[in-house]
Design a protein around this ligand. Structure first.
Ligand code: FUB
Length: 469
């Protein structure tokens, strides 16, 4: 515990003591879907340094619309695969002078310090979808058309019945490959080292059984993996309006492939589109669903879940989590409010998913209520019911006017009143650690942490978790 007796800012107390301000902060996103401020789809993942980027389509269809309305692509990023930032639209159909609509599923491949973004778009030429390529100097661009026309179109010999969904993979020897195609028509070709021209003929790879669309290629332990959307009724889906994700393996980047099974069951949207990526020693599947509020088949949202390999290199089926996995920190999807936050501090700090090193850790923003004293509170609200059985508080202590509290208690909203959670243990006030309050599970839309300050001090929090059973 830190002790401090500095009161230099206390004269302001009188001026501010009467303030009881409710401040709203939107929670960082980590539970699925990872972003709900816009609808996102067709994710492709790329790890650069300590950041995972997701290059996602942007669904803008009106509620109830029966078609895609997609004009640009957004880049999402995270340094922990839990809290995600939408960096905005970084490429749009308008960046391709020869295209007119349909910003469908793309993928970014790094090469020679540049980032090549392969995207299907409705070209203004004959046929429907073409594949173009943009280039940028950083993972966030800015990106520009790298070619001035399609890389692949209906005029490309042996092209797919629908030229969509490119995935680009660069092997250890530097040879890059592009796979793509829809309407059951998967195709593959080598790319020249300039990354904007095909190198040799388009082939029709074999063994990708029940392939429908959305290929994603990667390599692990010398084995080539292809994940793709299938819509067969032989173990994939019961209605071919939907899709699952199957995967296949090969010992050569152009196949032949051996289909290995389903690794993502049907999602809530009719389409299914996935990427698989290793990030900071863990493997993830990034995919889309219709799970966001107001979502649908043309208003999809990107989700991220863990993916596990067996010892023999086969892949376990991904467990789709909604609103967070069991034991997940539901605070990440809550809206926080408080009795008071100092104007220079941040209420959003309490549910940004940060794990502090100690109670004085200012590596992230912090919540503090100086110069308020006495009773204060921090509350979480959810748009729908969540089930919780633990709350964990990491107290902030700045060795100045903010100290560890004298006491605290957790309460939950029954729908008409605040109540103690059944069997709630004591509310700890230790520094440099998470203080856990455990109780029998409650299903609620609100919880509140009541805080009583030590005499002469204010209080603060670095993180306040609310955990699912
Ligand atoms: O988003 C438009 C299309 O839906 C994509 O290109 C397909 O993979 C499917 O997700």
């Amino acid at each position: 515990m830190r002790r401090h007796r500095w009161h230099g800012r206390l004269p302001i107390v009188a001026a501010l003591a009467s303030l009881l301000v409710v401040v709203l902060a939107s929670g960082a996103r980590a539970a699925n879907p990872i972003i709900d401020t816009i609808y996102t789809a067709d994710p492709a993942a790329l790890v650069v340094g300590d950041t995972m980027y997701i290059y996602a389509g942007h669904d803008e269809a009106a509620p109830g619309a029966g078609n895609f309305y997609m004009r640009d692509w957004h880049v999402l990023s995270s340094t922990d695969a839990a809290g995600w930032t939408d960096n905005g639209a970084k490429l749009s159909v308008a960046d391709f002078a020869w295209a007119g609509a349909d910003a469908w599923a793309g993928e970014v491949e790094p090469r020679n310090g540049k980032y090549y973004w392969y995207v299907p778009v409705n070209g203004n030429g004959p046929g429907w979808m073409d594949i173009g390529v943009a280039v940028g100097d950083t993972p966030l661009g800015p990106f520009r058309d790298a070619k001035g026309g399609p890389l692949i179109s209906d005029g490309t010999p042996n092209s797919s019945p629908l030229n969509i969904d490119p995935t680009v993979f660069t092997d250890d020897d530097g040879q890059a490959y592009i796979y793509w195609g829809g309407y059951w028509g998967v195709r593959a070709a080598k790319l020249k080292s300039n990354m904007i021209e095909l190198d040799g003929p388009v082939i029709t790879p074999t063994g990708l059984a029940d392939y429908w669309e959305a290929p994603w290629m990667f390599k692990r332990n010398g084995v080539y993996y292809m994940v793709y959307a299938a819509n067969d009724t032989n173990g994939c889906v019961t209605s071919s309006s939907y899709a699952c994700q199957r995967y296949a393996t090969a010992s050569n980047p152009l196949g032949p492939w051996t289909q290995r099974g389903v690794i993502l069951d049907r999602v809530s949207s009719t389409t299914s589109h996935a990427a698989v990526v290793e990030f900071k020693g863990q493997w993830y599947m990034v995919y889309h669903t219709a799970d966001a509020p107001g979502g649908g088949d043309f208003r999809r949202s990107v989700a991220v879940d863990r993916l596990y390999f067996n010892a023999d290199g086969t892949i376990q089926k991904v467990v789709q989590t909604r609103g967070g996995a069991s034991g997940a920190n539901r605070a990440l999807t809550a809206t926080a409010s408080t009795s008071y936050v100092s104007p220079w501090e941040s209420l959003a700090a309490v549910n940004d998913g940060f794990t502090p090193a100690n109670s004085a850790d200012r590596a992230h923003a912090v919540y503090g209520n100086w110069p308020q004293q006495g009773a204060q509170w921090v509350q979480y609200d959810w748009p729908g019911p969540v089930t919780l059985n633990r709350v964990r508080a990491y107290w902030f202590d700045d060795d100045l006017g903010i100290d560890l509290p004298a006491s605290c208690s957790v309460r939950y909203w029954t729908g008409s009143a605040w109540q103690d959670p059944p069997g709630a243990g004591s509310c700890g006030v230790a520094g440099d650690t998470f203080n856990t309050v455990t109780f029998s599970p409650v299903t609620t839309t609100r919880i509140r942490l009541n805080i009583t300050a030590r005499s002469g001090y204010s209080t603060g929090l670095l993180e306040l978790q609310a955990l699912a059973p």
